[in-house]
Design a protein around this ligand. Structure first.
Ligand SMILES: Cc1ncc(COP(=O)(O)O)c(C=O)c1O
Length: 494
């Protein structure tokens, strides 16, 4: 975004998403607008960002071609997307590079885990928090000698942020052994925000690097590689997924200090990242980010993501964050005030600040039943289960799971545990409105008022899921790609 770029109003952007009017027919026969409260999984698409790729498409070419007009346009647009990423994170291009990887941040995290393990094989330890998504846990377990999970403040079910005192203790106990700390900027389960810059200062004081998984944070609040400008507080690497940032179909992203990559063979090799290849060997390109992006990049996805980041900056992340916090207060406060609702994570926002994601359960109703009934009777799209953060969810649920006093030898022990081990998650995006929150609160109130009615509508499967007894809405009946394609071809009159 150049200095003179036109600002954009939040309300204009909030109207410009694909899928705001999507509706489905429900179990009671009504046709109702969908309330999309699953933005922590994937967000809706920002219309203007997609439209930019539509106008780029007539020029589409491979960015590895060089001379023809279209190839020059493709390369320039891809360079522009890289620049948007760096600018969004306030990352100085002299110190940092941004590269695209895979279809989400899982690819970027696996690459960093491999690369950083190879870079400092003598530092065998990696620290992660107990609240990490599996994507920011398993790659480190696989590549590092040992991973230590740092506990959180507070006690279940009101766990807070990562415990900085416990983190400092582990760093003290392992001088020179910790390669890096991998930490999420915000949890995908509770939305709780970690003080990543304080963690960076601690890490750097002990010679460790810090890798931040910003997948749940970047769309919701300002986050920069450096908060105060003090080098010791600056993040060494930040990763995120474009599909959680209003750009479905875009790649995963890594923003990394060049010093962590320079002088080392890139993790992936192939076309586009070499100066020359001989039968006896090859010379890797020195230019960033080319050397980190082997193969033809997802140019359209990257440009779409660059456009989103540009637009979010024009609106202003502080304003976006403030608007979400207002809605979050209604969501969190409304759920916590309903008798029979248990909200997970510390509810003291001054002590444990949060972004727009809330996980909860209803007394006497399993998470799978709640999510199914909210969908089938209220058209509210929420996620349920353990959200790819099993250790964290289990820790938050510990008092409830212990209270079950499950007999592990009982015939239905596994299915019972599956039905009980999980939560319902409602998560906000830029397009979320107060009527979405009101619909959720009303739906939850209805379920709590008529639990026997809803239970009678569903049967449980052997693997612990809930299936409606009479209402079926197969994916094919909702959207059949083959039929849609045939209709499109019909328009072509071929
Ligand atoms: C905090 C966090 N990290 C990592 C991931 C993995 O992202 P992806 O599936 O896009 O690679 C997710 C996805 O839910 C997430 O919430």
């Amino acid at each position: 975004m150049n200095q003179h770029a036109q600002t954009v109003s939040l309300s204009a952007i909030q109207q410009d998403f694909n899928g705001l009017d999507t509706g489905y027919r429900l179990a009671d026969g009504r046709f109702v607008r969908r309330h999309y409260l699953d933005s922590a999984a994937s967000t809706l698409a920002l219309g203007c960002a997609r439209r930019l790729t539509d106008v780029l498409l007539p020029h589409y070419a491979n960015s590895h071609s060089q001379l023809h007009f279209s190839a020059r346009i493709a390369s320039h647009a891809l360079d522009w997307a890289h620049a948007q990423v760096l600018r969004f994170l306030g990352a100085d291009p002299v110190d940092y590079t941004a590269f695209f990887a895979g279809s989400g941040c899982t690819a970027a995290l696996n690459r960093l885990a491999r690369g950083l393990a190879a870079r400092r094989p003598e530092c065998k330890l990696v620290l992660v928090s107990l609240m990490e998504h599996h994507a920011n846990d398993l790659p480190h377990r696989k590549q590092a000698g040992r991973v230590v999970h740092i506990p959180l403040t507070g006690a279940s079910p009101a766990l807070g942020t990562v415990d900085l005192a416990a983190l400092a203790d582990v760093l003290e106990q392992h001088p020179g052994q910790v390669n890096y700390i991998a930490i999420s900027a915000a949890s995908n389960v509770t939305g709780i925000i970690n003080p990543v810059h304080d963690i960076a200062a601690l890490a750097h004081a002990h010679g460790a690097w810090v890798v931040v998984d910003a997948s749940q944070a970047l769309a919701h609040a300002p986050l920069a590689c450096s908060d105060t400008g003090a080098p010791e507080r600056a993040l060494d690497a930040v990763v995120f997924s474009g599909h959680k940032l209003y750009a479905p179909g875009s790649p995963g992203v890594a923003v990394v200090r060049r010093a962590l990559l320079e002088g080392q063979e890139p993790d992936e090799v192939g076309g586009g990242m070499v100066e020359d290849v001989h039968l006896a060997g090859y010379e890797i390109a020195s230019r960033f980010p080319d050397r980190e992006e082997a193969g033809t990049p997802n140019i359209l996805g990257a440009v779409q993501l660059g456009a989103v980041l540009n637009v979010l900056q024009r609106v202003g992340m502080a304003q976006i964050h403030a608007a979400e916090q207002t809605l979050l207060a209604d969501l969190l406060g409304g759920l916590a005030a309903l008798p029979g609702v248990r909200v997970y994570g510390d509810l003291d926002l001054a002590r444990s600040p949060r972004l727009g994601t809330v996980a909860f359960n209803l007394a006497g109703l399993e998470h799978g039943l709640v999510a199914a009934a909210l969908n089938d009777y209220h058209n509210i799209a929420v996620r349920n289960g353990c959200f790819c953060a099993h250790p964290y969810v289990r820790e938050l649920l510990k008092p409830e799971l212990w209270a079950l006093e499950l007999d592990p030898d009982a015939e239905d022990a596994v299915a019972t545990l599956k039905r009980q081990q999980g939560m319902v998650r409602a998560s906000l995006g830029l397009y979320s409105r107060s009527d979405d929150v009101a619909a959720l609160l009303a739906g939850v109130g209805d379920l709590l008022a008529r639990p026997a009615y809803y239970r009678a509508q569903y049967q449980t499967t052997a693997d612990g899921n809930f299936v409606h007894r009479t209402f079926t809405a197969s994916a094919e009946s909702l959207f059949d790609p083959e039929a849609e394609l045939t209709r499109i071809l019909g328009d072509l009159r071929c």
